[in-house]
Unconditional design. Structure first.
Length: 739
């Protein structure tokens, strides 16, 4: 950010010294330079971005700055637009490098987004925007059309479509076109949203019909070319009546004016019509996909988990240890989450807190009013005396009266963001995030819940950075920080309690971690700054005083070694979460998943796809040590999330904490415990469904000499080859929406 005013003018002789600008280059290198800036203007009045010329004086480098003013930056939608623009510019910079296609798009110099006035820096735009050109000659039109289609082909190859092609977003310097307006780019397959002026916005997009298609941009490009050929705007719903009078336009783009995308040519088809084989050359210029071996390793790991001895759940539950059932034992006993001894409701050991927060005995027999009795019992606790040598501890009464509780522990070393992630999970639940899945909630203890909201949820939502979790004393024990009653679609109620310990406690080997022996689910939080040696994380590491640890998170190893194990895998359900993912929001595959809207239905195939992508990222860049929870635990999903949506600036989050995908890990755990039903069952969500050839052992399929064997194997093969996974789930989430 600029260290003094952000509105300094170009100083004349004897004027004030230039301000300084700090930003991150696409390479990840941090750069601080004196800067001089000119007058700002709004390049596209419906949008919030401002633009101005600037000179970076460390290199005498001329550029343009695209930024949000302080007031606009308080709006999350405006920030999302700038984030979208930055992400597309960053991705194109990484993809195209120094190829001939780089000039088709704005060239990114640097960015600074997690600040009060976020901005991007670009190389100066080439030429002039075509809104200033009345009519373009036929020879120039051909080059212009080719360049536009090249740009569309490159974006389509990344699963992207620009919705904002218009005279205001395309530039021409007499030799080459350049496509701006990257904030309008969205992902193929998302619902259409109106964007841009008529007639450049295609009919289906204006009507919010169907999903985004690469041919949407072909309509916009055709309308722009008609405007440059004739000096007039074309009709908004079909081909111009005089199209035949413009031979080149008619020959190349007649079908591009079709009202429906399905009837238009693709960008590649238009490009090949102009220069045979050009679309293939574009595809070959893009670097090959390097994720395939890592994705194959993920699929092999799932195959081994499916075939592990004793891996299938017993007694029809979703867990080999019975965690799928919400029923307690026949006599009402449950496991104390602290001392791990069995406990049952005892009306002679109840307490409530007084005005000084001191425990006072409660005799429920003296409360005759049933409504008042129910309310008081919700806030009451029971003293657990199951282990006389364990420190004094109390259990909320509702925890003991709704069957077998489900305990969830957050795992990760200090400063990984566990507390922020858990806080936003609870906040998402209180905002109704579980309702689309047929779940409702109620606090186990109203007083504890109110304290959690007051001390953690509200400050974080207001943009305050939460304090680190306090360490336990030497003789202290782990306590859950929040607990909820979750009711599923069948009306079954289960208490769900959350443990959140400091990282220094999670590496202890004494009795402090004994509670893990009874835990029902684990959330392993990966800090990208510690795990991934990517250059764009260097600044974060420098700020926090940390280094990449190739040996993995020490807390992961300590916790995994403490858990009881039978067979080849641990069978406690788990989720691995790449936290602070906003640090990598422009890095594939993080950009794809982090930009998705909140989940409203669970698709096991999509969850496995996200798990596969994150597995590949960690395996490729971090190493196998960071995947130890996935390797050790049979049912473990992987997720990408950000508790805050951005990094803090001077102890606060500039636009408040905007969580992204924080509930998905918990939804996966609740599914593995049977609270949410999904196609294929909870088992398929975690380890996938076995293909037909894998599901039938070879000896059995071959018949082992049985006359029926060949026929059985043939039928199995047919099932395998006929299996269809259906259409691919659409990628990602779009950027901002403006009409």
């Amino acid at each position: 950010m600029v260290t003094s005013t952000t509105h300094a003018r170009m100083p004349g002789p004897g004027g004030p010294p230039p301000d300084k600008l700090a930003f991150t280059e696409p390479s990840g290198r941090r750069r601080i330079t004196p800067v001089r800036v000119g007058r700002e203007f709004r390049p596209n009045p419906p949008l919030p971005q401002l633009m101005r010329k600037a000179v970076l004086d460390d290199r005498g480098q001329r550029c343009v700055q695209v930024r949000l003013g302080a007031r606009a930056a308080e709006n999350q939608e405006a920030r999302a637009l700038l984030d979208t623009e930055a992400g597309i510019a960053f991705r194109l910079n990484q993809l195209l490098g120094d190829t001939e296609y780089t000039a088709l798009f704005p060239r990114l110099i640097g960015y600074e987004l997690d600040t009060a006035e976020p901005f991007l820096l670009y190389h100066p735009p080439r030429g002039t925007d075509v809104a200033q050109i009345h009519v373009m000659g036929a020879a120039d039109q051909e080059i212009f059309t080719r360049d536009l289609m090249l740009a569309l082909c490159l974006l389509e190859g990344q699963g992207l479509v620009p919705r904002g092609i218009s005279p205001a977003t395309v530039r021409w310097d007499g030799a080459k076109a350049q496509l701006w307006g990257l904030e309008s780019v969205t992902r193929i397959g998302l619902p259409r949203r109106p964007w841009g002026p008529t007639p450049f916005c295609p009919p289906e997009q204006r009507g919010r019909e169907g999903v985004v298609d690469p041919r949407d941009a072909v309509w916009s490009a055709a309308q722009l070319l008609y405007r440059l050929a004739t000096g007039r705007l074309g009709p908004a719903d079909g081909p111009p009546a005089d199209l035949g009078e413009h031979r080149k336009l008619d020959r190349t783009l007649r079908d591009a004016f079709a009202p429906r995308a399905a009837d238009r040519p693709t960008p590649a088809q238009v490009l090949d019509l102009m220069a045979q084989g050009a679309a293939r050359r574009v595809r070959l210029a893009v670097p090959p996909d390097e994720t395939r071996p890592h994705h194959e390793a993920f699929e092999e790991a799932l195959r081994l988990k499916r075939q592990a001895p004793g891996a299938r759940p017993r007694n029809g539950s979703t867990s080999t240890s019975g965690q799928g059932s919400g029923q307690g034992s026949a006599d009402g006993e449950v496991l104390c989450p602290y001392c791990l001894e069995t406990i049952r409701l005892d009306l002679t050991k109840l307490f409530v807190t007084d005005s000084r927060m001191q425990y006072q005995p409660l005799d429920p027999a003296g409360i005759k009013n049933p409504l008042r009795r129910t309310d008081i019992m919700r806030g009451a606790v029971q003293k657990c005396t199951a282990d006389p040598e364990f420190p004094t501890h109390y259990i909320p009464v509702p925890y003991l009266t709704y069957g077998r509780p489900l305990t969830v522990a957050m795992v990760g070393q200090s400063s990984t963001g566990k507390s922020h992630l858990l806080t936003q999970m609870i906040a998402a639940i209180t905002d109704g995030g579980l309702e689309p899945f047929g779940l409702t909630w109620q606090s186990v203890n109203p007083e504890q819940h109110a304290r959690f909201l007051r001390d953690r949820v509200q400050p974080l939502r207001n943009g305050k950075v939460l304090d680190h979790t306090a360490a336990l004393g030497m003789d202290d024990f782990a306590r859950f920080v929040e607990s909820l009653l979750i009711t599923d679609a069948r009306g079954q109620v289960r208490p769900v309690a959350f443990f959140d310990l400091g990282g220094e406690d999670l590496v202890r080997t004494d009795a402090a971690l004994r509670f893990l022996l009874g835990v029902d689910a684990l959330v392993f939080v990966v800090d990208p700054a510690l795990a991934l040696p990517l250059p764009q994380l260097d600044h974060a590491r420098e700020r926090w005083g940390v280094e990449v640890n190739r040996d993995g998170d020490l807390a992961f190893g300590t916790v995994l070694d403490r858990l009881p194990k039978s067979g080849g895998y641990l069978d406690v359900p788990a989720a691995m979460v790449l936290g602070k993912a906003d640090l990598l929001r422009f890095q594939p595959p993080v950009d794809r998943w982090l930009s998705r809207p909140p989940t409203t239905s669970l698709d096991p195939e999509l969850i496995r796809e996200e798990s596969r992508d994150l597995y590949g990222l960690l395996r490729r860049h971090a190493g196998q040590a960071w995947l130890r929870p996935f390797d050790a635990i049979r049912r473990c999903t992987l997720h990408i999330a950000s508790a805050t949506g951005g990094q803090e600036d001077q102890g606060r989050y500039p636009a408040g904490a905007g969580p992204r995908r924080v509930l998905e890990p918990l939804l996966a755990l609740l599914t593995m415990h049977g609270l949410i039903q999904v196609p294929g069952g909870a088992e398929a969500l975690a380890v996938g469904e076995a293909p037909a050839l894998e599901a039938v052992p070879w000896e059995e399929a071959a018949g082992a000499g049985d006359a029926e064997g060949p026929e059985r194997f043939e039928r199995s093969s047919e099932r395998s080859f006929e299996r269809s996974d259906g259409p691919e789930e659409p990628d990602g989430s779009e950027g901002g929406e403006h009409q």
